[in-house]
Write a protein that binds this ligand. Sequence first.
Ligand code: UDP
Length: 311
Amino acid sequence: MRVLITGGAGFIGSHLTDRFLAEGHTVIVMDNLSTGSTDNIAHLAGHENFLFVKQDVTNYLYVKGPLDAVLHFASPASPVDYLRLPIQTLKVGALGTHKALGLALAKGARFLLASTSEVYGDPLVHPQTEDYWGNVNPVGMRGVYDEAKRFAEAMTMAYHRYHGVDTRIVRIFNTFGPRMRLEDGRAVPNFITQALKGEPLTVYGDGSQTRSLIYVDDEVEGIYRLLMSDVTDPVNIGNPREATILQLAELIRDLTGSTSQITYHPLPQDDPKIRQPDITHARAALNWEPKVPVEEGLARTIEDFRRRLGL
Ligand code: UDP
């Protein structure tokens, strides 16, 4: 296949790029590098099946030659980033999704949207099944990301129904692994960096809010299987193992052998209190489930952070 991955220089996008290349496909990465980095794809320079195009995907997209699939992964994804880039986040979810769908239609390519567990907002159904419509505050700080992704899902389904584009929607739950930006602002990179530097671990709120973390290799495997499947309704890809943020901070402190203190800071507005994917649909339709234990994934991530921090 010849595939275009928008946001392919980002964290998940670059791992996905590696996976497609390893399967023998050709990958064109398009990224404006606003939160992505050429560091994530530097090892692919000169690869005969790889091409990088620096471009903002909210503008008209031109790609020479045929395409079999368009995977739309471009977007700021850390709350810190989308609060810093609110309008760009709305634009890439709305205009960028429209452009990427238009390109898929023109090329007769399959389209896969990187959606998110954030479409469920601060959920009133637990664990979250795909048929839950969510609890999102459109005018809150997180609304710029949540509503952009909800609009992107609606746009994807409209192209599917009206234009007959062959579409897929993955709802990605909190993913971690090597290549996350050190300063990305999310819980895993913050805690690892703080623990390795011997600085206090910054828990927001009382740390009783939960997340369910999935290692990036498992996430990429689920996305790859979804693209290759014939499932056009949204699919949760996440690890159902749920933990509190305080437990996560303590686990990272133990795994790094750090003696850092844990400090408490105000909880950001609309921070979801609980989150856990119901993956019944992915198990049945894709024969997929996560394989990498969180401890093992964190150990690999800590090694990557140690190397990049020079510690
Ligand atoms: N969080 C925290 N300390 C940090 C960064 C994040 O306690 O230094 C909390 C955050 O408030 C949220 C959880 O960890 O409850 C996960 O946050 P993250 O930004 O990783 O992802 P998201 O909120 O998008 O799930």
